[in-house]
Ligand binder design. Structure first.
Ligand code: DX5
Ligand code: ZN
Length: 226
């Protein structure tokens, strides 16, 4: 039985000077997954970290590494992230012309495959890859930075994606501007997996992380029951 709501704190919002300790802290604070935002300064206007950092923090937790590749091209790097310890590898539909091939490559490496959509990308691109994915990530900000405002125009699109999924075993994830308030809104339209960076890491203490994760989880569960 999978957890009804998965909370995946984004380490993009962590203290990079103490990244290993921060991973241990959010694990202890109740994170279900660890969301790793990889940015290349080309697909998105920011650079974060690469596979070596994923490898370095891997021993700090047994929780799922949910790796979000905001890079283009993506195919040449998939194996490196699989090798580094990623459990789920999510590629952007916009990162290149061969999405089906990228998703097959991820699964061929024994990892779960995810596809991410930027806010302006229609869910229609998912139609022919629904049987290639274990996760769909609907961005609720334009990718590249933490701490941005939630783009509420994504809510109807998220509801349409939930309908497309039907009874397939695919998790529906959102990422960007998620906090106690927006977590209920996205859960109401079918989201079951939530990335949150600044709303989790706010305050910088284990106790704060624990209460932030719990509050977001509670809000999402309340949204599911509307
Ligand atoms: C955007 C990043 C952010 C990050 C979450 O490219 O993917 O969305 O994970 O940032 P917050 O939760 O601070 O908006
Ligand atoms: Zn992300």
């Amino acid at each position: 039985m999978t957890a009804p709501v998965i909370i995946a704190p984004s380490i993009l919002a962590a203290d990079f000077a103490r990244l290993g300790d921060e991973v241990t802290a959010i694990d202890e604070a109740g994170a279900d997954w660890i969301h790793c935002d990889v940015m290349d300064g080309h697909f998105v206007p920011n650079i974060s970290f690469g596979a070596d950092i994923i490898k370095a923090i891997r021993p700090r937790t047994r929780k799922t590494f949910d790796v979000h590749l905001m890079i283009a091209p993506v195919d040449p790097y998939i194996a490196a992230f699989a090798e580094a310890g990623a459990d789920i590898i999510t590629v952007h539909a916009e990162a290149g012309p061969h999405l089906d091939r990228s998703l097959q490559a991820i699964r061929a490496l024994g990892k779960q495959a995810g596809v991410a959509l930027c806010p302006a990308t229609s869910e229609v691109v998912l139609e022919s890859v629904l049987d290639r994915v274990d996760l769909i990530l609907a961005m609720t900000v334009n990718p590249g930075f933490g701490g941005q405002s939630f783009i509420s125009s994504q809510l109807p699109k998220i509801a349409r994606i939930r309908a497309m999924i039907g009874d397939r075993p695919i998790r529906l994830e959102v990422d960007g501007g998620i906090n106690v308030e927006t977590a209920a809104m996205v859960a109401e339209v079918g989201v079951d997996t939530i990335v949150a960076g600044s709303a989790v890491f706010r305050g910088g203490s284990l106790a704060g992380y624990r209460s932030n994760i719990a509050a977001i989880r509670e809000s999402a569960i309340s949204g599911m029951h509307v």
